[in-house]
Design a protein around this ligand. Sequence first.
Ligand SMILES: Nc1ncnc2c1ncn2[C@@H]1O[C@H](COP(=O)(O)OP(=O)(O)OP(=O)(O)O)[C@@H](O)[C@H]1O
Ligand SMILES: [Mg+2]
Length: 303
Amino acid sequence: MNDIIFFGGKGGVGKTSCSSAFALSKAKENLKVLLVSTDPAHSISDLFNIKIGDKVVKLADNLFGYEIDAQKESEKYISSIRKNLKTVLSPIIIEELNKQLDAASVSPGSHESALFDKMIQIINEESENFDLIIFDTAPTGHTVRLLSLPEILGAWIDSLMAKRRKTLKLKTMIGNVNNKEVEKDPILEILEKRKATMEKARKIMVDDKRLAFMFVLNAERLPIEETKKAIKVLTKYNIPVNNLVVNKILPSNSTDEFWVKKKELETKYLDMIYKMNIDKIYEIPMFMFDMDEKTIYEMAKHF
Ligand SMILES: Nc1ncnc2c1ncn2[C@@H]1O[C@H](COP(=O)(O)OP(=O)(O)OP(=O)(O)O)[C@@H](O)[C@H]1O
Ligand SMILES: [Mg+2]
């Protein structure tokens, strides 16, 4: 069975609700489950009405939660780079570098890669403690970009390493540094570490025995379009999408003309969804109430 599941989808379709309900259903099947939120809005805490944060917290029998704070992770990451470099570079260069790092720490890319590192770290450290790790992600664009990071960053890191090696080679030629210093170059070390993380991530991602991607959508035109596009991009990066969750399915017993018409449209859109050739499709009903720590158990029964 897959032991890592990513829940993705358009904003507001029900990623947090469905990933939580799915996690609960698996916990009830006696699997030990870790539910991880990568969304800055941190709605798992709200849903279960339990404060989580960046530690593993028990949410129910067999179910545990963890929230990644990308901002904090990014700050931690940048400050570790600062510390690493301080030992080997001159104060003038450090000052220049600090300016660049300040700029980097507020750029969205640095949040994403810090978030990514944390996700990989959780997978590496917690896989042994849990049967299943479920990630509730932020809306699609973000997730898809995140999952394509290893590919994009991998190539970029390669080019940075090649550049750094060239500089060091020139320096050894004019006698500025010796071979030993080249071997222990802190910049190369950082780049190598990042490259190793990215490679590990890629391995996990393209391994369809380990990772499953669940797209949550509603039976409406725009979420269908967005899902199709996202599947295309993920397929390009060799990340399999074999599950869909169609959430907020309308009741079929309404006699009111408005809802009858709505249901007809939904049936048409459901047809389109089934034509997408996905291995498994879950249909989850629209509930009368918002999701909370009680209704989430109702939803779990549908997985
Ligand atoms: N099956 C359902 N029936 C009724 N309400 C639902 C259902 N699924 C989700 N909701 C409600 O829809 C809203 C959005 O759900 P949720 O927060 O799970 O979506 P999301 O995809 O995680 O959103 P975001 O993109 O903001 O992270 C919430 O108010 C939730 O209570
Ligand atoms: Mg959410």
